[in-house]
Design a protein around this ligand. Structure first.
Ligand code: F58
Length: 834
């Protein structure tokens, strides 16, 4: 085992949460060994690390599942109102360390494994990430279910049990290549199948119109296919382990019922083909980030998991209330995580009108009390639309229902508020007219929900002002803000144990739930002893990350250098290209003047590009090529290093974030709805260099302007510049450094023998119009970095800034976000679990 540096003390049991799960080291050790024998059918001599990991998870599960059952029983007995969080993505990451943190048994597990001659951290590394999400939106869902359980709220997360999560990323000569992710190839210990709750879901087919004796119309959908939804439950352990809620993920299978016909007709092979089609639905997560895939399979995924979830919710409700629908909206609230689950709205109407035979108005009243919608983006290319043609084919009855919702809305609401105004009607209609008619999922979500929220103050303002202004004037009370948050259990306590222990020496031990208590650290921000301890831990975290960097890229970096980190999906609006051209400018300054005054710097990237996003992949390639050249250029004497860590994911973020000095949050103002990496990095003491975008604004407010470095155009300035006619060439000709750096892309300086291989970057910044105004913000960004350099070289000032960031991030606890949702939207009561 590796030598331990001085501050590497084991976390003391005193810093762990007290749960009433009483287990001794010996008992836990016995449990692991028992599972090795009984659950895995192996023994201590044969077991490899993976087997030990599986056995350890099983030992945790034994404690946790009992709590899950207890929690569900209590919720049922007390007939509690619950939130149902509908999300196409849950980016859970690894669960072993997290669950141990939350049940307060990290120390016990560590010692138990120690006694078995095993290294706890090595065992934890065996765990594949549960990467059932793309980025911020999926990770937010994961933080929210953590907080809901921690705060003892009745809640259930509903999503898809993808066989393959987000692809694994590798670099082949600097280019991204994608490989399938298989998180459950040989089974995953955290999930448990619930065959007793299987659902059957209709698709395709046609709608028959029938008239009863009284001349009333009834619609009957004759589906062309039935798909089976098999639920898999993953326990969500609250901190302190009182409440263990459930994340229920649906897997698609061919329905036995449906296949009998085919079998009987002698079509064994045809039936197998149908199986494959049915199983395709939950096969793979769409890897797009902030773009609309627009594919039939994606629509089916959306409907499949919403329909399964609603059936599940209705089944549970009926168990308590029978056919009395009058209490449904008191018991059930469904949160739509973006528009992806918006099809739940017409599905709920279908259940109420076609199945339960409620009157339309009565059904609509219920619906409008049940749904709430969170918007996560303003980017036009991400706003979901489905062609009416596709809808008609896949969900014919839902299309009818949507038309009905729409015509009633246009007549009863829009015509009343804006009489005779066809242009408003055109804008607010769920159906977009044009050469191809489209269903606008955003409009459907707003019309069908009682609350609509954005995810940071500025974003929520723009949702009202720019995205849905007419809806806002119709229903001003519908629109609200809930600023995002992150769980401090995973994003500080568990990923940064050394800093957590230091904090616990100075702040009440319950800071992981009352994160505002970190504000006490502000008193210590200029205390030199505390500064030393704090910065020593930062250094040790950087030493650890340097090892990871060496392992993953072969590049050696100096842990005393400034670690500047940009980690997030690769997207032009997030402006990794701005970071790159600035790094190239630094490189050029160093070449021109070897004494150029700057601290040693390491620029660290982590980012996946959507496989079909050409320019994003070009940017990754360019960063890797520039890195190759710079890292091996002896002339600059290691003053500059660039590393792009492959396969950025939750578990890698947990290693990078504690080691960051500087956090890059440089999206064009108005484009990043909130950001959540910004919160995690600041919480761990990184100083933000950022634009006034998303939650950066609130982070700056909390931390104070001395403790962040803000640059760039504001939202209003962006609008002004764009409407005045932005011309990137003006900046190219006016700024020698910009010109020189961009011209570098034309030659073969970074791609020996292949001149112009990086020229697409230059073109995108000039010929294609620099959509995200990188050149306009370059000068200000460069000045901001000079400021960072100065501050970093003043150790005391820097330590103070880092500490102040940790001390002031209390607001961004996801518990606070959840309490906002509870108060302003969900109206839930906590429920004690005995
Ligand atoms: C992100 N959206 C926002 N979408 O970009 C980010 O600012 C915000 O902090 C975060 O949500 C949480 O609110 C996002 O991650 C997606 O990944 C979608 C996945 C499915 C296709 C469309 C984009």
């Amino acid at each position: 085992s590796k030598a331990k540096s001085p501050a590497t003390k084991k976390p003391s049991a005193a810093t762990e949460v007290k749960s009433n799960l009483d287990v001794t080291v010996d008992e836990f050790q016995q449990s692991i060994v028992r599972h090795l024998h009984v659950s895995l059918g192996t023994d201590e001599n044969k077991a490899n690390s993976k087997a030990w990991w599986t056995a350890t998870c099983a030992a945790v599960n034994e404690l946790v599942f009992e709590r899950a059952t207890q929690t569900q029983k209590t919720h049922y007995k007390k007939d509690t109102r619950a939130v149902h969080y509908l999300s196409l993505e849950f980016l859970m990451g690894r669960l072993l360390k997290n669950n141990l943190t939350n049940v307060g048994l990290t120390e016990i597990a560590q010692q138990a494994l120690d006694k078995l001659g095993l290294d706890f951290h090595k065992i934890c590394e065996e765990e594949p990430d549960l990467a059932l999400g793309n980025g911020g939106l999926g990770r937010l869902a994961a933080c929210y279910v953590d907080s809901l359980a921690t705060l003892d709220f009745p809640a259930i997360g509903y999503g898809i049990h993808y066989e393959h999560g987000l692809f694994t990323q590798a670099f082949l000569e600097g280019r991204q290549v994608e490989r399938p992710d298989s998180w459950r190839e040989y089974g995953n210990p955290w999930e448990i199948c619930r065959p007793e709750s299987v659902q059957e879901i209709p698709l395709y087919g046609y709608v028959e119109t029938k008239y009863d004796d009284k001349g009333q119309i009834h619609k009957e959908w004759h589906p062309g296919r039935i798909i089976k939804g098999v639920p898999w439950d993953i326990p969500v352990v609250g901190y302190g382990a009182k409440t263990v809620n459930i994340l229920r993920l649906w897997e698609s299978r061919a329905s036995d019922f449906f296949n009998w016909d085919v079998f009987n007709a002698g079509g064994y092979l045809d039936a197998q083909v149908e199986n494959v089609q049915a199983e395709t639905i939950s096969k793979v997560l769409y890897p797009n980030d902030n773009t609309d895939a627009g594919k039939e399979l994606r629509l089916i995924q959306q409907y499949f998991f919403c329909a399964c979830s609603i059936k599940d919710i209705v089944r549970r409700y009926k168990r308590a209330h029978g056919d009395d629908w009058s209490k449904f909206a008191e018991q059930v609230v469904m949160q739509l995580n973006d528009t992806h689950p918006a099809i739940a709205i017409p599905e709920m109407m279908r259940i109420l009108v076609d199945r339960a035979e409620l009157k339309w108005d009565q059904a609509w009243t219920i619906c409008q009390k049940v749904f709430a919608y969170t918007n996560h983006t303003l980017l036009p290319e991400a706003l979901e639309k489905w062609s009416v043609r596709l809808f008609e084919k896949v969900l014919p009855r839902h299309l009818e229902i949507i038309y009905e919702i729409n015509s009633r809305f246009l007549e009863d609401v829009v015509e009343v508020a804006f009489p005779g105004d066809d242009s408003v009607k055109r804008k607010l209609s769920i159906i977009e007219e044009g050469h191809e008619k489209m269903v606008r999922m955003g409009n459907l979500s707003v019309i069908g929900s009682f609350k609509v929220n954005g995810v940071a103050e500025i974003h929520s303002k723009l949702v009202k002002k720019d995205l849905f202004p007419e809806f806002n004037s119709l229903w001003p009370d519908k629109f609200t803000n809930v600023t995002n948050g992150v769980t401090p259990r995973r994003w500080l306590k568990s990923c940064n144990p050394k800093l957590s222990n230091l904090i616990s020496e100075h702040v009440d031990a319950d800071w992981p739930v009352h994160l505002n208590k970190l504000s006490k650290l502000a008193d210590l921000a200029t205390d030199s002893k505390f500064q030393k301890a704090y910065m020593q831990i930062k250094l040790e975290n950087k030493i650890e990350l340097a090892k990871v960097i060496k392992e993953l890229t072969g590049v050696e970096v100096d842990p005393t250098a400034l670690f500047d980190i940009q980690i997030k999906r690769l997207h032009e609006y997030k402006r990794q290209q701005l970071n790159l051209i600035h790094i190239m400018a630094l490189y050029r300054r160093l070449l021109q003047n070897p004494d150029y005054d700057m601290p040693k710097r390491v620029f660290i990237f982590g980012a996946k590009a959507a496989p079909g996003y050409y320019m994003a992949k070009e940017i990754i390639y360019a960063i890797n090529k520039v890195a190759d050249k710079v890292n091996n250029d002896e002339r600059i004497k290691d003053k500059l290093k660039i590393v792009f860590l492959p396969n950025y994911r939750v578990s890698l973020a947990e290693k990078m974030i504690p080691a960051a000095d500087v956090s890059e949050q440089i999206s064009l103002a108005g484009k990043e709805a909130s950001g959540t990496g910004n919160m995690k990095l600041a919480l761990n003491g990184a100083v933000t260099i950022g634009t006034l975008d998303g939650a950066n604004i609130e982070i700056a407010e909390e931390a104070g302007e001395d403790n962040v470095v803000i640059f760039g155009l504001t939202v209003d300035e962006v609008k002004e510049l764009k409407s005045a006619g932005y011309n990137p060439w003006d900046y190219y000709y006016a700024n020698n450094e910009i010109k020189a750096v961009l011209d570098w892309f034309d030659c073969d300086y970074f791609t020996p023998g292949k001149p112009g291989e990086l020229a697409e970057i230059k073109r995108s910044l000039l010929d294609y119009g620099d959509t995200y105004l990188s050149l306009a913000d370059f000068a200000s960004y460069s000045e901001a970095h000079k400021k960072i350099d100065k501050l970093f070289q003043d150790e005391k000032t820097w330590a103070k800034m880092a500490i102040m960031n940790t001390a002031t991030m209390g607001k961004f606890n996801s518990d606070r976000s959840i309490l906002d949702y509870v108060q302003n939207i969900w109206n839930l009561d906590t429920c004690d679990i005995k």
